[in-house]
Design a protein around this ligand. Structure first.
Ligand SMILES: [Fe+2]
Length: 329
């Protein structure tokens, strides 16, 4: 008995001495140096039944699984499928299930995911399939295609269009819900991440993004309710809107120099509001850097969010595309 106690005493002393040596020799790493939240965000994966598309996604999932810093979440920012068909969702689910890319997966709806039915204005089948596969892929029990979730104490608000058009329709109930969720989350200088497949009208090089001829101010954006959504988002501090839909690449100083007409930028900031537009994972871009398999890794700290561009298939960071966005208290 006495020998056991003596051993415990020696072990305790060795632990204290080792901790002290590490601290004074610089071996101690303050926790603050670690991100409080890390997540990958990709968009417009556009899975069909073509195995080549699933393979392209698989390359990225394998890269995420091998990350030196474990991802807390992986976000799919809409157009997860090319048409919202069951066989496309099946291939998406089977591909994701082969990997362990992150602790949690968030699936957001895009316009292509609403094209399940051959009939016009028939959103219900698309909503049902989205909810079914959101459960299968991410484990979330949803009643609406729009929802919130909290990861590491940070709130994610996921919006969804409630019809099957190229732009978005948000019901009054969803807009009230968005305002209420932001109001409830706006504390302590923490960022809140709002995911909408559709960017705000007139942002990120809109209206002329897909072709030179576009003149409709709503083309490519949310559409008629963009101003209403923008007014809600900008009422609060530290809101990050993460979107896709435009299929543009990352902008850099070089691409902006080469693109003097549109001055396309994928990250726009106004006060403490930040809008991040993700490239299409599956398609090379027509503007900005034009590789596919690209997306962002968000690192969240107490005072800032660092957004790092990454080519997930190549397993390479894109050092010309790193943004540090300060948080306000
Ligand atoms: Fe898309």
């Amino acid at each position: 008995m006495k020998i056991t106690l003596f051993k415990k005493f020696i072990a305790l002393m060795v632990g204290i001495i080792t901790l002290g040596i590490n601290f004074f020799m610089g071996g101690y790493k303050p926790k603050e140096a670690e991100p409080l939240l890390t997540f990958a965000a990709i968009s417009d994966v556009h899975i069909t039944v073509d195995p080549a598309r699933a393979d392209m996604l698989a390359l990225g999932l394998a890269d995420m699984e091998d990350a030196s810093h474990r991802l807390n979440a992986l976000l799919f920012c809409g157009d997860n499928t090319d048409h919202g068909y069951r066989d496309q969702y099946n291939l998406l689910a089977q591909t994701v299930a082969k990997y362990d890319p992150a602790d949690e997966i968030i699936l957001a709806e895009g316009n292509h995911d609403t094209w399940t039915s051959s009939k016009d204005n028939d959103y219900d089948p698309a909503k049902a399939l989205f909810i079914e596969y959101s459960k299968r892929i991410s484990g979330r029990e949803l009643t609406e295609a729009y929802f919130t979730t909290e990861i590491n104490g940070y709130k994610f608000i996921v919006m969804a269009s409630e019809y099957d058009h190229t732009d978005a329709y948000f019901s009054d109930a969803q807009l009230s819900w968005l305002d209420a969720e932001l109001s409830a989350a706006a504390t302590d200088g923490k960022p809140v991440f709002v995911i909408s497949h559709w960017p705000l009208n007139g942002t990120h090089g809109l209206t002329k993004v897909w072709t030179l001829e576009e003149t409709d101010p709503d083309t490519g954006g949310m559409g008629d309710q963009s101003d209403a959504v923008e007014a809600i988002l900008k009422k609060y501090d530290n809101v990050f809107l993460i979107s896709g839909h435009l299929h543009n690449g990352f902008s850099t100083a070089l691409t902006q120099k080469l693109d003097p007409i549109f001055k396309y930028t994928d990250i726009e900031t106004e006060g403490s509001f930040h809008s991040v537009n993700l490239p299409s994972y599956m398609y090379p871009a027509t503007r900005g850097s034009n590789f596919n398999a690209q997306g962002c890794v968000f690192e969240v700290y107490a005072d800032k969010v660092i957004v790092r561009g990454r080519n997930f298939a190549a397993g390479a960071w894109l050092p010309t595309h790193t943004a540090t966005l300060a948080l306000v208290k």
